[in-house]
Design a protein around this ligand. Structure first.
Ligand code: SF4
Length: 318
């Protein structure tokens, strides 16, 4: 059996932070022992509130940060052994805010073609053709090639960001809240485009979102993260419609704030999101969990198989 395209083994990321010059540094745990796999052409949805560690995980997978512990494999090889250029051909990001990642002084053709220039791919004419093909694939008109980012709408800018991410034909795309900054009316257009491109180009996505409906639309498998840990994982249809972990259930019951740019679900769980500098003992969800038992505050439930490929970290999961 061939190796998964992406494999994370017990990946952790901590930071030492201090309140002042003489204050003792404390440890902030952003990711705490995450194991995941994404196969070729597969879409894995990663859901959770802001601050749960999703974006840190994305940065580790993109090679922008090293894990403090654990291992990341891309195409069967340790990510640290893959050079920056080769890594760029394997995995590319699409971020939430396309405007901040597009150089305002460059024309769209130059922005989309930059990865080809950096990698020295093709002749100047071939690169021009590749950019034109990519712009057409993401639904931009030929005249947009000479536009500047400020002349485009938010939806068009996200299409440019997608074109730039895909021009090298990566095998895996890490989509970090790619529609959160867009009007609700155009979110579905971008999601449909991402689905269409996945079909055409055989892409795999790690699709990160706080919005379960969006993940449900795209992903075959889903994982829910809470305070740096995966608390539930399995087939997306099951995880996102009949969750077994109280946190995933709370996410499903949450309503999204009307301001899409905030991107935060209103959890209605009473207590506030815990301080990541002082993680709760036992099950880290216990201060907010409506089903918490006495043992939950002292004993951390392992992520264990409950059926088929379904994994849940809860003492109550059958
Ligand atoms: Fe709630 Fe306990 Fe399950 Fe944690 S282990 S989710 S606190 S019931």
């Amino acid at each position: 059996m061939s190796a998964p395209l992406l494999e994370l083994r017990d990946v952790a990321r901590t930071y030492r932070v201090g309140a002042g010059l003489f204050a003792k540094k404390r440890v902030l745990t952003a990711v705490a022992g995450v194991s995941l796999q994404v196969g070729r052409g597969e879409v894995l949805g990663l859901v959770g509130e802001s601050g749960c560690g999703k974006s840190t995980l994305a940065r580790i997978i993109l090679g922008l940060e090293a894990p403090s512990a654990g291992e990341v494999f891309l195409d069967g090889r340790p990510i640290g052994s893959i050079g920056r250029l080769e890594r760029g051909r394997l995995v590319q990001p699409i971020f939430q805010d396309p405007y901040s990642s597009l150089n305002p002084r460059r024309q769209i053709a130059s922005i989309v073609g930059l990865p080809l220039d950096v990698h020295g791919i093709g002749t100047a004419g071939e690169r021009r053709d590749a950019v034109a093909e990519m712009l057409a694939l993401v639904g931009l008109a030929p005249h947009h090639a000479t536009s500047f980012p400020a002349q485009l709408s938010g939806r068009q800018r996200q299409r440019v960001a997608i074109a730039r991410a895909l021009v090298l034909r990566p095998a895996l795309v890490v989509c970090d809240e790619p529609t959160s900054a867009l009007d609700v009316s155009v979110q579905s257009q971008i999601l449909n485009l991402l689905m269409d491109l996945r079909e055409r180009l055989g892409l795999a996505y790690l699709f990160i979102s706080h919005n379960l409906a969006v993940v449900h639309m795209l992903a075959a498998r889903a994982a829910a993260m809470y305070l740096g840990r995966v608390v539930e994982q399995g087939e997306a249809q099951r995880v996102l419609t009949a969750p077994r972990h109280p946190y995933t259930a709370a996410l499903l019951a949450s309503v999204l704030t009307p301001d899409a740019s905030l991107g935060l679900p209103q959890m209605r769980l009473g207590t506030v999101f815990p301080n990541p500098l002082a993680l709760p003992t036992g099950c880290s969800f216990h201060p907010r969990c409506p089903l918490a038992l006495e043992r939950c505050s002292v004993e951390r439930p392992p992520l264990r198989q409950v059926d088929g490929d379904g994994l849940v970290a809860c003492h109550l999961a059958q």
